[in-house]
Structure formats: C-alpha cells, structure tokens
Design a protein around this ligand. Structure first.
Ligand code: C6P
Length: 418
C-alpha cells in the first residue's frame, strides 16, 4: 500500500492502480478505462480512509470547541493546510486559503481584490484559451466596475504571443489572470515569463493552476505568482475543496468575501473587525473532511513523487499522440508533441459529433469527456462546437491508450457503415 511507500519511489503503475478501488470496476461489462482526469480524478484508499476516519473517530467542528474531538479536527485541518503549503512551497501556511475549488478561489480574488483595486476604464488581461472559471468572474467584475477585458492572442495550438502581451500592458492594466495549462489544448502557458513581464510593470498575476498543480511541480515562490488557484478533486482529493494561494502582502490588503462565523475578531451590532489570515477568508463552517482528504491526497502524491508523475504522464502523452496521429480520421488540437504540453489531448474524429464518439467509447468502458469543456470562446476560435478529450493521470497505462484507440476505430467503422 502506498501509505507504507518510502518517499519518492519510482511509480509502479500496477501497485498504484491497486490503491484505487474504482479502477477494478466494470462499465457496460468492460473494465473501466478512465481517461477523464482533467474533469476529476479517482481517489486512492488512503484518501477515502482519511474521510471515513474523520467521520468515524473525530468528527467535530473546528476552531470552536474546547473538547478533545474539536481539538483533533482542528489540528488535522491545520496540518492539511501546512502540508498543502509545503507542496506548493508557499512561504507561510496562512497564505493558503481553503475554498470550494478553483472557481470559488478565482471569484474570491475577483471580488475581494477586484472590487477595491479595479476602477472604471481599467483593464484586466486574460488569454483567449481560458476556462469559463477564469473568464466569467472577470467579466462580472468588469461589468460591476466599468473595466475592460483584453485578451493575449494565442496561435492555433494555444501558445500565447509574448510580444503582443508586453505591448498590452499599460497604465490602466490592473491584473493579469492566466491559465497555467489549458484544459482543452493541453498547452502549458509560460507563466514564469508572463509574471516576470507583469511584475516589471508593477502588475499582479493570478494563475489558474487547476490543470497544473496536480501534474507538475508548481513552486509559487519561484514563479513569484501573486495568486494561484487549484482544485482538490483534480489531484486525488475530494470534491468541494480547493485552494487559493495568495501572497500575504496582498491578502492582508483585501477585505473578506464571505461574512459570518469564524472570520471575525470582534462583532458589534453595527460593525465588525476581521480575523487575521487565513480565517478572514474562511467564513462559516468549512469543508473540514475535504481539507483533511486533500491533505491525504498531497501525502499520496508526495510518496509517488510529483516529478515521477509528470514523467509517467509525459510518456503516456507521447505514446497517445503517436497512436492517435496514426489514425487517418483523427485531428488533434493543441501542440502535436510533448514540448510545452501536459496530458490532455483534445481531438475530432472525422465529421462525427464528439458527443457520439463519447457515447460509443462509453459502451466499451472508455470514459472520456466530450463537449465544450467550459471553454466556449476557445471552441469558437477552433471552429468546432465541441471536442473529444482524453486526459491522463498517474494510474493510466499504455494498454488503456491502446483500448482508447481501438474503441475510436470501432466507433469510426460504426459511423462509416451507418
Ligand atoms: N475543468 C474540465 O473538465 P472547478 O470546477 O472549480 O474545480 O475547476 C474549474 C476549472 C478552472 N480552470 C481550469 C483550467 C479547469 O480545467 C477547471 C475545471 C474541468 O476541464 C471541469 S469543467
């Protein structure tokens, strides 16, 4: 079992798979081939047990009771925060705020930072390949404040135009918010360079790391990112928990987003003062089990080693790109090789609607996502209504990619014969 593995062993995929109960199940009488990891990942025993242990042995509210269970729950919740902070190399644990996920974290910044820093006529810079979660909150902020959104142009594979980007930054630019890795194209954005250029102009940067933190080393201090958002469920943890990392100097200037219990220092009938970090941004009873589960997920990833996970996914992606490129009918979106790319591959199969491909693959037990992937503007840019998307994680194998390819061929034959 992984809980006994010594740190940073080379992954043995068979033993990793044995840690994930769902991977032994069947769908439509075929073994499950789970290739929808960009949507959400499966959970190892270690994470599932951390949830049941909490509920079965020390379930209590945190930061409130003086009783033993409450103290234990508080200690585990805060210990999870410490381990997550170490995982992304935050300077201090209180720079790590528990949220419901990436979407919640970005909305927090757009409200709590945006409402007091963005004024009429100001500009917010995004890219053309953003997930709706890193677009709609900024549209809402722009509407509230009378600000404008501007978009760094990208080429057909999703690479940002750094020259145009630099020209876009000006006196009215208030923030740059960019995805670290596209959930559609798999392309990796040069965030270190984008941050360096923004900072040279005195502009803070938010990184949507929903698709990067689970798959590659993200060192927030090395990147010098101002805000980083990611989701627990995309990195083996539970749903409903995520992280906003923010630099202490910025978080301290921000008012809370959610008012209520736990986030206050003193409450009078007409006025209140706020608690310090991180409580100021965690009003109400948080997702205690979720935070503990995410801490367990980080422990699991650490035992395998994030660099081992990246290497494994890169070799799977390389193999999958080659196999898919060999199919005449398949057209791949995003970079054609593994340079600047993660383990997310979107594609079209001839003129067949992606939903039909997704449904047929499902009958073979192959789970992929088909749709617009919450990136409608990017779909318009690509000139398609939707794509089929396969996305990998540490437990996937080349055999599963062979099954994906065989299932695509069967689907194509089915439509050709129809
Ligand atoms: N993308 C996908 O299938 P939440 O839903 O808050 O956990 O994550 C939102 C989000 C933000 N940014 C990026 C780059 C993402 O990929 C996602 C989630 C899933 O692609 C669900 S739409």
């Amino acid at each position: 079992m992984t809980t006994n593995r010594s740190a940073e062993t080379t992954p043995d995929v068979a033993s990793i798979r044995a840690d994930f109960p769902i991977l032994g199940t069947q769908v439509h009488d075929s073994p499950l081939v789970y290739l929808d990891n960009a949507a959400t990942t499966q959970k190892p025993h270690h994470v599932i047990e951390s949830l049941s242990t909490y509920y079965e042995t020390y379930n209590a509210n945190i930061h409130r009771g003086l009783h033993t269970l409450s103290e234990q729950a508080t200690a585990e919740y805060e210990s999870a925060r410490d381990r997550i902070a170490a995982f992304i190399n935050a300077k201090q644990s209180h720079e790590v705020i528990f949220t419901r996920g990436t979407t919640d974290a970005i909305n927090l910044v757009a409200r709590a930072w945006g409402d007091s820093n963005v004024a009429s006529g100001d500009e917010i810079i995004l890219t053309e390949i953003e997930h709706h979660s890193n677009l709609v909150p900024w549209q809402m902020l722009a509407h509230r404040r009378g600000a404008h959104l501007r978009f760094i142009p990208t080429d057909s594979e999703g690479h940002v135009d750094l020259v145009e980007y630099e020209k876009m930054l000006g006196k009215r630019t208030r923030i740059v918010a960019v995805t670290h890795m596209s959930n559609v194209l798999g392309v990796i954005t040069p965030v270190a360079e984008l941050i360096r250029i923004a900072h040279a102009n005195g502009i803070p940067v938010l990184v949507d790391a929903a698709q990067s933190v689970p798959h590659m080393k993200v060192n927030v201090q090395e990147l010098d990112a101002d805000f980083v958002a990611f989701s627990g469920h995309k990195m083996l943890g539970p749903t409903g928990i995520g992280i906003l990392y923010g630099k202490e100097s910025l978080l301290n200037t921000m008012d809370p987003f959610i008012g209520g219990g736990s986030m206050i220092r003193v409450v009078e009938l007409h006025e209140s003062s706020w608690a310090g970090l991180p409580e100021k941004f965690e009003g109400g009873t948080p997702n205690i089990a979720g935070a503990i589960g995410l801490g367990a997920a980080v422990d699991y990833i650490n035992q395998i080693g994030i660099s081992n996970i990246t290497a494994h996914e890169m070799s799977l992606t390389d193999y999958a790109l080659q196999q898919l490129q060999d199919l005449d009918s398949v057209r791949i979106f995003g970079p054609p090789d593994t340079a600047n790319r993660g383990g997310v591959i979107s594609f079209a199969v001839g003129e067949i609607h992606p939903h039909d491909i997704g449904t047929l693959l499902d009958t073979d037990g192959v789970a992929v996502r088909a749709g617009h992937h919450c990136a409608q503007p990017l779909m318009r840019k690509l000139g398609v209504p939707a794509t089929v998307r396969a996305s990998f994680y540490l437990y996937n194998t080349t055999d599963e990619i062979d099954q994906l390819v065989a299932s695509i061929s069967r689907a194509k034959d089915f439509f050709d014969g129809a």
